[in-house]
Design a protein around this ligand. Structure first.
Ligand code: ZN
Length: 173
């Protein structure tokens, strides 16, 4: 009797509410953000250089390529664009990056670069306050579990760093 009752209950309830943890829901949300930026990349294109400075990034492990263009006006990033090709993580990370640093100061952009490095490659996650400052970029957090993909996600940030420093080329190797 009990087994039968359980079966009936399962048949009724499971199709409508599959138990999920907060973690599962977060992972789904993160995937949605990454896929959204992959499908509709923000700030894709080129800026005339000069005045823009730019850097090309290459991740030989995955074959990802990115070129990041930045216009710095005083101490502010007045415009930023990127072109390139590669896996969804590399391209959506670049799109998320442009959204995060456009209109920010160079110092704020450098702080974001450091925070992303810590988020993806740090032994421990950055403090909650730093994680919260990352906004949608927190979607990249799940990548830290997949060592082979970390360089896909950090490529755009290495390229931004190089462009701000006036170095034309950067490789994750
Ligand atoms: Zn990749």
């Amino acid at each position: 009797m009990r087994v039968r009752a359980l079966r009936v209950l399962r048949g009724k309830i499971l199709p409508f509410s599959i138990p999920s943890t907060v973690d599962d829901e977060l992972n789904e949300l993160y995937q949605d953000i990454i896929l959204d930026h992959h499908r509709r990349p923000r700030n894709r294109g080129q800026l005339p250089a000069p005045p823009a400075s730019f850097a090309e990034g290459f991740n030989p492990l995955c074959g990802d390529q990115l070129t990041v263009f930045v216009n710095v006006d005083g101490d502010k990033i007045s415009d930023i664009k990127f072109t390139g090709q590669g896996c969804a993580i590399s391209q959506s990370s670049a799109s998320l990056m442009t959204q995060q640093v456009k209109g920010k100061t160079v110092a704020e952009a450098r702080a974001a670069i450091a925070a992303i490095q810590e988020l993806l490659t740090g032994e421990n996650l950055p403090p909650i306050a730093v994680q919260e400052s990352l906004g949608d970029l927190i979607a990249l957090k799940g990548v830290r579990k997949f060592v082979a993909r970390v360089k896909c996600a950090t490529l755009a940030w290495h390229a931004l760093d190089a462009a701000l420093a006036g170095h034309g080329k950067v490789s994750t190797e």
